[in-house]
Design a protein around this ligand. Structure first.
Ligand code: PLP
Length: 365
């Protein structure tokens, strides 16, 4: 009998019942935070509570959190604001950064971390307005040297943007301490709803703005706020903060049998294991086995995982992240990512290992 096992939390997350219930209390009600009547005041108080909850997750002043539609918008807001100046972005950024504005690429080491000396050389070569480096990579989970990169950017007069979508709720984030000027978040990666996110501003005093219109979000992001989604995002952030102290240990324990099985499998490489990375992400590859076939066979067993490769125009492209780390096209097309979250159990992982072993033995035969 096939199960229904979701091991793709870096793509999106299921919402806890508590968050759905909270959102249902706001959904469908005439809540516009710009209105002065009692409905409007209720809406305003929901928005401000959520702002506090999100600020607490990343140690930002609440007044510096700007709600938006998600991290694609957050990244575009920052990158497009600097589009007429020089922007440096790491080779492993999400397409929502790399395709938002022309960027000069900063190389990464073969271990998947930013090459800080390459960044320094680029900063010295020409005046730069913005440096963009993500906190943790969505495919590999590898954590980047943000404090060092931000310090370098500032010492050369550039501002620093960090896409913290995958790191939020998984590692401690102190935006001010890390020296981040602009930080992007997305609710649906931390147990909140899709279609809502935030851009957090540091102390640089610059407010990148993409959408102009009504004066919402202190004119930094026009458009009527999605009150139910913002409420859900706030609660998700509060829950993420409360589970943070145990997150790494919980997920290390969940992934331990998986890594043990993978490291003893023939021709199989587990990516980034010697590097500081998110405990909830295991990425592995076996160039002898097609990731697409494996993915579909796992899906038939009721297991949802992801391949590291990107799909564009119906064609599977090798992962740009793995290619930046020096893997070949074949290797970069054969990666499978398992990412766990709040509802994952040891039983889910045991079920995955059993089915993955059965499928790979069949594929090899
Ligand atoms: N940045 C990273 C690192 C992501 O993983 C994602 C989503 O996959 C995004 C940005 C885009 O986020 P959203 O779905 O909120 O637009």
């Amino acid at each position: 009998m096939s199960e229904n096992i979701f091991l793709d939390y870096n793509a999106t997350t299921p919402m806890p019942a508590e968050i759905i219930a909270l959102m249902n209390t706001a959904q469908g009600r005439p809540l516009n935070a710009s209105s002065v009547h009692s409905f409007g005041r209720q809406a305003r108080s929901i928005v401000e509570r959520a702002r506090d909850q999100i600020a607490a997750l990343i140690n930002a002043p609440a007044a510096q959190i700007i709600f938006n539609s998600g991290a694609t918008e957050g990244n575009n807001t920052v990158l497009k604001y600097f589009a007429n100046e020089r922007i440096l972005a790491s080779a492993i950024e999400h397409p929502a950064v790399l395709q938002a504005a022309p960027c000069t690429i900063i190389l990464v080491h073969n271990n998947g971390t930013l090459d800080l000396s390459a960044l320094e050389t680029l900063l010295k070569s020409e005046k730069t307005a913005l440096v963009s480096v993500m906190l943790a990579n969505n495919e590999t989970g590898i954590i980047q040297p943000i404090r060092e990169a931000a310090t370098l950017a500032h010492s050369h007069g550039a501002l620093f943007h960090c896409d913290a979508v995958q790191a939020a709720g998984r590692i401690e984030i102190d935006m001010i301490d890390l020296g981040i000027d602009f930080l992007t978040l997305s609710a649906h990666k931390i147990g909140g709803p899709q279609g809502v996110g935030a851009l957090a501003l540091g102390i640089c005093g610059v407010t990148p703005t993409l959408l102009h219109g009504g004066g919402q979000e202190k004119s930094a992001r026009a458009g009527t706020e999605n009150i139910a989604a913002i409420a859900g995002f706030g609660l998700a952030a509060e829950r993420a903060k409360s589970t943070l102290p145990h997150f790494a240990a919980t997920h290390q324990q969940l992934h331990a049998p998986l890594k043990a099985a993978l490291t003893t499998a023939k021709n199989t490489t587990v990516i980034g294991e010697d590097t500081h990375k998110l405990a909830n992400t295991t990425l592995f590859l076996n160039p002898d086995l097609s990731a697409q076939t494996l993915l579909m066979a796992l899906d038939l067993e009721g297991i949802a995982v992801s391949n590291g490769a990107a799909c564009s125009s119906g064609k599977i492209e090798p992962s740009h992240v793995l290619k930046a780390m020096g893997y070949s096209d074949t290797q970069a097309s054969s990666a499978i990512r398992i990412s766990t979250g709040w509802a994952t159990t040891e039983k889910d992982i045991a079920y995955f290992i059993e089915k993955w072993q059965k499928i790979t033995n069949r594929m090899k035969a």
